[in-house]
Design a protein around this ligand. Sequence first.
Ligand code: ATP
Length: 356
Amino acid sequence: PPTARIEPEPPILRVEGLSKRFHPDFPPVVQNVSFTVEQGEVFALLGPSGCGKTTTLRLVAGFEQADQGQIWLDGQDITPKPPEERGIGFVFQDYALFPHLSVFQNVAFGLRHLRGKEREARVMEVLGLVGLTVFKDRKPGELSGGQQQRVALARAIAPGPKLILLDEPFSSLDAALRQSTRDEVRALLKQAGIGAILVTHDQEEALSFADRLAVMRSGQLEQTGTPEEVYHHPRTPFVAQFLGRTNLIPGEARGQEAETPLGRIMLVEEAQGAVLLSLRPEGLSLAAPLGHLGIDGKQIEGTVLAREFKGHDVTYRIQLGSRELIVQESPESPFYPGDKVRVLVRARAVVVGRGR
Ligand code: ATP
């Protein structure tokens, strides 16, 4: 008898070995980049300015042709197709709305294949989705930044794309509006079940917006994973430092532990020999020096260089031997510049490099 088998859904996007070089005297801007975006998944490309994020997005959209590599959308090879035949939506950093057209006309722009009534119904449906129905007759210039952002999103999703590309879409909004708009856009994408790629250089934005993210450096993807995975288990010093402040500490590993300038530290994974370790500031804490030496006849003592009070926490810079450490403590932590302190390690360290 035939057995029922549930086939896993193919990813909505599959990018395989993508490379792009603009100038023969310079290395490729995008080098052998591979990743997938699952159906309805929000994926972020995170990296410093100039690392090749936008070029990767433009290759996926079809605005640039790759030198090497292939792109599949929903199982179909779209590598040779022009942008308008790919069925991918795009939201630019500056929204690129038509200033002389109304909100309604802007959204209707991508729906030229639909006729009168049908077209009007779809525009109103999408405007309802982004909560802009009452503004349909206004010009973009008569809307706030956040509202313009939602018009751009409505225009991109109106034709019903399976995937939408967002290039730094929140960067021109002020801090307060950026957070709320980000939450709204994420909720909208989830509700509509549309997959998305967000390009950003803002680590907090990538961590909070994406289901999964890739950290990009010099044209290559250095690590891909969920926000928790890449934050807690960075595999390189670059990823550890790009995702937030951290302490990079050399050590000599023996299985689950390592000898370091901070004493013996527990490791997340086993290792042997020379290692470079990452310890987040929240994994360290401070205590007053003991009046006597510790059991093994020494204590790891440092000096407070600076104290930065930030309301929800205090961040210290500590001089420890020739090394500076960043330590994050609770807001009532009582140490000030010049104080002698003991540095305690409260978390396991992550191995981000091996060898010397
Ligand atoms: P940003 O966040 O600053 O936009 P990015 O990570 O998106 O950076 P890209 O815009 O992809 O980076 O650019 C990567 C590199 O490729 C840069 O050094 C850029 O100058 C170069 N580059 C991009 N487009 C072209 C082009 N059409 N011709 C030549 N060089 C280009």
